[in-house]
Design a protein around this ligand. Structure first.
Ligand code: NDP
Length: 333
């Protein structure tokens, strides 16, 4: 059984040696435990934040500990009354490993959507879809005709959030890196406009596309991109603070907006965490699955093969060198 363990806390992008792939023997099962064979490992920007020894929403991964991660896998052995051998489950308790022994309370049964591949449960109808759905419908609550700006818009969360907001009547402007990602947003996903932050000034582009300002921001990036949008929020504007990916590898904190605008423009900034919405997962499935099944909501996964490549793959999230929700295929379905 191979597993990735954290050897030292990375500075900047993760480097070889920060984590190590080791062989480890599996413990015997106790009552109430299951042995899960990992099929897909979800790579998420927040994985990088768990490597830092800073106060977060979860404790840091300890040095020498198995790297934490969300996985989907098959129950291979069971001493649980809840799960039979062969069932497909997700868990955040196993981490970056071929196999894991976890308590049955830490695993959830996967309800496969008819006609969709299992990767949907690890993306558009999984944690990614939950983040997009609740960030839009519960935090921002768009009204018809309002304009929403989304950063990292061609990414896993951003691309779904934009489509959900459009389904709720909003006008959506996406910010993404490069002409191909921007074209995908406007030509395939139906975004009203896209800004290529690598080739144009975000503030100038917003002034051109929304000269009177914008009502909403779904923020995934932080730093200068966030400031450009924040400075164009209208009176009573709303911001869903979902992620600040530009800060995750930073050794110095990126610049912050001028909070005076929160007062002058009576802005509402709300951070949120998808894990708080776990009890409401059914709402997301009811609201979104029909649109996913009939193709109104489009989604992509980028599957990298092999647990051994997980570390290099994670860095793709920070360079943008991936096309859709990033997953590692650890073993065959
Ligand atoms: P994505 O698929 O969006 O991948 C990350 C993307 O971010 C990259 O493709 C890249 O896109 C962009 N990016 C990376 N670094 C920078 C940078 N320095 N400046 C500008 N853009 C950058 O990942 P996810 O959809 O999984 O996550 C998106 C955001 O949502 C993250 O901030 C993540 O932490 C957050 N998140 C929050 C959750 C919550 O509960 N609050 C849950 C899940 C995700 P490009 O090529 O366009 O530059």
């Amino acid at each position: 059984n191979r597993q990735w363990v954290l050897r030292q806390r990375p500075m900047g992008l993760i480097k070889p040696g920060d984590l190590e792939l080791v062989e480890a023997t599996l413990p015997d099962l106790n009552d109430g435990e299951v042995l899960i064979r990992t099929v897909y490992l979800s790579l998420d920007p927040t994985n990088r934040t768990w490597m830092n020894d800073t106060e977060g929403y979860l404790p840091p991964v300890p040095l020498g500990g198995v790297m934490r991660g969300l996985t989907l896998g098959v129950v291979e052995e069971s001493r649980s009354g809840r799960f039979a051998v062969g069932e497909v489950v997700t868990t955040a308790a196993g981490g970056w490993s071929d196999y894991a022994v976890v308590s049955d309370r830490e695993a959830s049964r996967v309800h496969r959507a008819p006609g969709l591949p299992l990767t949907a449960n690890m993306s558009v109808l999984g944690m990614t879809g939950m983040t997009a759905w609740f960030g839009v419908t519960d935090v921002l609550k768009p009204r018809a005709g309002e304009t929403l700006v989304i950063s990292a818009a061609a990414g896993a969360v951003g691309s779904i959030a934009g489509q959900v907001a459009r389904a709720h009547g909003a006008r959506v402007i996406g910010i993404a890196g490069g002409p191909d990602k921007c074209r995908w947003l406007t030509e395939e996903l139906g975004f009203d406009a896209a800004i290529d932050y690598k080739n144009e000034d975000v503030g100038d582009a917003l002034d051109r596309l929304a000269p009177d300002g914008v009502e909403m921001n779904f923020e995934n990036v932080g730093g200068d991109i966030m400031i450009a949008v924040f400075n164009r929020l209208k009176v009573h504007g709303r911001m869903a603070v979902c992620g600040l990916i530009s800060a995750y590898n930073a050794t110095r904190m990126p610049p912050s907006p001028n909070f005076g605008r929160i007062i002058t423009h009576r802005l509402n900034l709300q951070g949120f965490l998808v894990m708080d919405y776990a009890p409401r997962a059914k709402e997301m499935v009811t609201g979104m699955a029909p649109m996913v099944v009939d193709g109104r909501i489009k989604w992509k996964v980028h599957v990298a093969d092999g647990l051994e490549g997980a570390l290099d793959s994670l860095n793709r999230l920070f360079t943008g060198d991936h096309d859709g929700k990033l997953l590692v295929r650890v073993s065959e379905e």
